[in-house]
Design a protein around this ligand. Structure first.
Ligand SMILES: *[C@@H]1O[C@H](CO)[C@@H](O)[C@H](O)[C@H]1NC(C)=O
Ligand SMILES: *[C@@H]1O[C@H](CO)[C@@H](O)[C@H](O)[C@H]1NC(C)=O
Ligand SMILES: *[C@@H]1O[C@H](CO)[C@@H](O)[C@H](O)[C@H]1NC(C)=O
Ligand SMILES: *[C@@H]1O[C@H](CO)[C@@H](O)[C@H](O)[C@H]1NC(C)=O
Ligand SMILES: *[C@@H]1O[C@H](CO)[C@@H](O)[C@H](O)[C@H]1NC(C)=O
Ligand SMILES: *[C@@H]1O[C@H](CO)[C@@H](O)[C@H](O)[C@H]1NC(C)=O
Ligand SMILES: *[C@@H]1O[C@H](CO)[C@@H](O)[C@H](O)[C@H]1NC(C)=O
Ligand SMILES: *[C@@H]1O[C@H](CO)[C@@H](O)[C@H](O)[C@H]1NC(C)=O
Ligand SMILES: *[C@@H]1O[C@H](CO)[C@@H](O)[C@H](O)[C@H]1NC(C)=O
Ligand SMILES: *[C@@H]1O[C@H](CO)[C@@H](O)[C@H](O)[C@H]1NC(C)=O
Ligand SMILES: *[C@@H]1O[C@H](CO)[C@@H](O)[C@H](O)[C@H]1NC(C)=O
Ligand SMILES: *[C@@H]1O[C@H](CO)[C@@H](O)[C@H](O)[C@H]1NC(C)=O
Length: 506
């Protein structure tokens, strides 16, 4: 038995003689365990003694006087680090002697594109099975449907493909099902409707097609649902293609990014509004258009902290309901064809830390209320039509560490900016990244300052520079030598001067 196992594995280390004793003296169901541990050269190397039950990653139960292996945690402790991966074929038939195994974790190992053997379906007591990131291929054997005690099944990030066997619908105790980042295709099986204990369902980054089975809406315990990046999923234009969502009243996290929801544009918001616990909503690049400017219903989304609607088609100014989402800490609306001015109501979003409005058609001036966003750490206003005025209040945002203003005319206010910084001493902004636009012509000019000439105007950056940790001046037209000043930037960690035109040499 053991020999067969050994012959089908390539060990990275030589057979460790000191464990013969362990091998021969153990009760029957520990024999295989020893062999498995031998595979885990890391564990062997650490010379953990004769008692396998005391080894790292192993938990035994000894209820009836017979020792049983209950948990086997052979996850590569170093992520995908090659030095410490197990290699070989997964789960030789002899593994079946571990009939009392409850937890089996083989994450981050390399099973060299071999298949999940159907016999794994015989480990009836398994409640936790993690085979993710382990280079398995082939299909999910229907036999997995026999493991009715499973609560946690993770087969993500693999070369597994084919259709999902309906038998998984028998795993009614599942709380956690992750099939993401794999090659599964075909429809999402309606049988998943019976997995009513599911809290976490991740089917993202596969190749599922067809419609979403409406019965998914019966999974009322779901907290986390990720269907993103299955570009062949289809939402019919019948007015009901998102109705199933409204049943998921416990949902906290919803990601349907990169699905084509153009057919559901008219009611996506009223449907999402039925999810009162929602904290994170990612619907970027969903081809949603005609987003209403105002709503004729009350917005329930009081828990929403993260909203990403980037890459949709607003073709309008900002919808006014956005400013009712006062719990938001992250708002991403880049590349969304939003025009007009940023309204003063932006100041309502007092908890916001991350704001990306880049690649739109916004025009200036920006409202002074931006300076109310005291927690802002990241602000991206690149690629808009905002001209050159940055409200002075931005300088009082002491948390701001990244300000991206690519393709801007460098703001007139920057002149004052540097003045202010040199006069105020308490609340200095400490930018880590300051990115500035391609219409500017920063020119070397004497020590400890940079002069930028923008359309004839001239601004001096001097004392701000010592605060800057990273400067991105890429895509500008630098016409002289690399600045002497950069030598004096004590905090500088990164400097990007790519795509410029340098005349001088260093
Ligand atoms: C298991 O339990 C029995 C009785 O409780 C005890 O005699 C035996 O030493 C235990 N075995 C191990 C390996 O702990
Ligand atoms: C694996 O990680 C541990 C700490 O997490 C480290 O001590 C060890 O050196 C790492 N081993 C390899 C081979 O990277
Ligand atoms: C997966 O296994 C195949 C076949 O052994 C091998 O060529 C490939 O490099 C492996 N991939 C990873 C990510 O380990
Ligand atoms: C497990 O499931 C397969 C396919 O669904 C079935 O043929 C087999 O009899 C089952 N085996 C056991 C041991 O239950
Ligand atoms: C499991 O599911 C399959 C397909 O849905 C079904 O044919 C089979 O009878 C089920 N097995 C058990 C043991 O419920
Ligand atoms: C769900 O479970 C019920 C009851 O066990 C069964 O009748 C039904 O066929 C199952 N549905 C699917 C789609 O498997
Ligand atoms: C994805 O699924 C479609 C069928 O829906 C198929 O034509 C296509 O080849 C699949 N793509 C990949 C990469 O498997
Ligand atoms: C599941 O949802 C469908 C409609 O979405 C409904 O007709 C069916 O009765 C539900 N089943 C259960 C068991 O709740
Ligand atoms: C939208 O609905 C129409 C009609 O039902 C259908 O032909 C089309 O493929 C759908 N588009 C998407 C992206 O689902
Ligand atoms: C949310 O808003 C909708 C539409 O205004 C309303 O019908 C519903 O009762 C509200 N509450 C919940 C918990 O969905
Ligand atoms: C937004 O908040 C205002 C003030 O609290 C309220 O009058 C308005 O009805 C809210 N809008 C929505 C769509 O809930
Ligand atoms: C910045 O803060 C200081 C001190 O709180 C205040 O005096 C000043 O008016 C503020 N500047 C702007 C432009 O808001």
């Amino acid at each position: 038995m053991a020999t067969a196992w050994r012959s089908r594995l390539r060990f990275r280390e030589r057979w460790p003689l000191q464990y013969y004793r362990c091998y021969y003296q153990l009760p029957a169901d520990l024999v295989m365990l020893c062999w498995l541990i031998m595979m885990a050269f890391l564990l062997v190397e650490e010379a953990q003694g004769d008692d396998c039950c005391a080894w790292n990653g192993v938990v035994c139960h000894n209820r009836t006087g017979r020792v049983r292996v209950a948990e086997l945690n052979l996850q590569n402790p170093n992520g995908t680090e090659e030095e410490t991966t197990l290699r070989g074929e997964l789960l030789h038939p002899s593994l079946l002697s571990l009939t009392h195994l409850r937890n089996l974790n083989l994450r981050f190992n390399d099973f060299e594109r071999t298949q999940i053997p159907p016999l794994v379906g015989s480990l009836h007591k398994l409640s936790y099975l993690d085979l993710s990131w382990s280079n398995l291929s082939g299909i999910i054997p229907p036999h997995l449907g026999n493991l009715t005690n499973l609560r946690h099944l993770d087969l993500s990030t693999s070369n597994l493909g084919g259709t999902i066997p309906p038998h998984l619908g028998n795993l009614t105790n599942l709380h956690h099902l992750d099939l993401s980042w794999s090659k599964f295709s075909g429809t999402i099986p309606p049988h998943l409707e019976n997995l009513t204990n599911l809290h976490h369902l991740d089917l993202s980054d596969c190749n599922f097609s067809g419609t979403i089975p409406p019965h998914l809406g019966n999974l009322t315990n779901l907290h986390h649902l990720d269907l993103s990046d299955n570009s062949n999923l289809y939402f019919p234009k019948d007015g009901h293609s998102l109705d199933w969502l409204s049943g998921l009243s416990s949902l906290i996290y919803l990601d349907m990014s990169f699905l084509d929801l153009s057919n559901a544009s008219h009611n996506f918001l009223s449907t999402i509004n039925m999810l009162p616990s929602l904290q994170q909503l990612n619907l970027c690049f969903c081809s949603i258009s005609n987003i209403p400017l105002s709503l004729n219903f009350h917005l329930n989304l009081t828990s929403l902290t993260t909203l990403d609607l980037s890459g949709n088609i607003f073709t309008s100014s900002f919808p006014n309901w956005l400013w009712n989402l006062t719990s938001l800490s992250s708002l991403q609306l880049k590349e969304s064809q939003i025009g007009g001015k940023l309204p003063i109501e932006i100041g309502n979003l007092i908890s916001i830390t991350y704001l990306d409005l880049s690649l739109n058609l916004l025009s200036g001036p920006l409202p002074d209320t931006l300076s109310k966003l005291k927690h802002l750490t990241y602000l991206d206003l690149s690629y808009n039509l905002l001209g050159n005025s940055l409200p002075m209040g931005i300088m009082n945002l002491s948390s701001l560490s990244t300000l991206r203003l690519i393709n801007w005319s460098i703001p007139h206010s920057f002149g004052n900016f540097s003045t202010m910084i040199s006069t105020s001493n308490e609340q200095l902004p400490s930018f880590e990244v300051l990115e500035m636009g391609q219409d500017t012509y920063p020119i070397y000019s004497g020590s400890e300052s940079i002069t930028l000439i923008t359309k004839g105007d001239q601004f001096t950056f001097s004392s701000i520079l010592y605060l800057v940790k990273s400067i991105d001046l890429s895509n500008n037209e630098l016409i002289d030598e690399i600045y002497e000043e950069f030598r004096y930037l004590a905090g500088l960690h990164a400097l990007n001067l790519s795509r410029n035109y340098f005349k001088g040499t260093r």
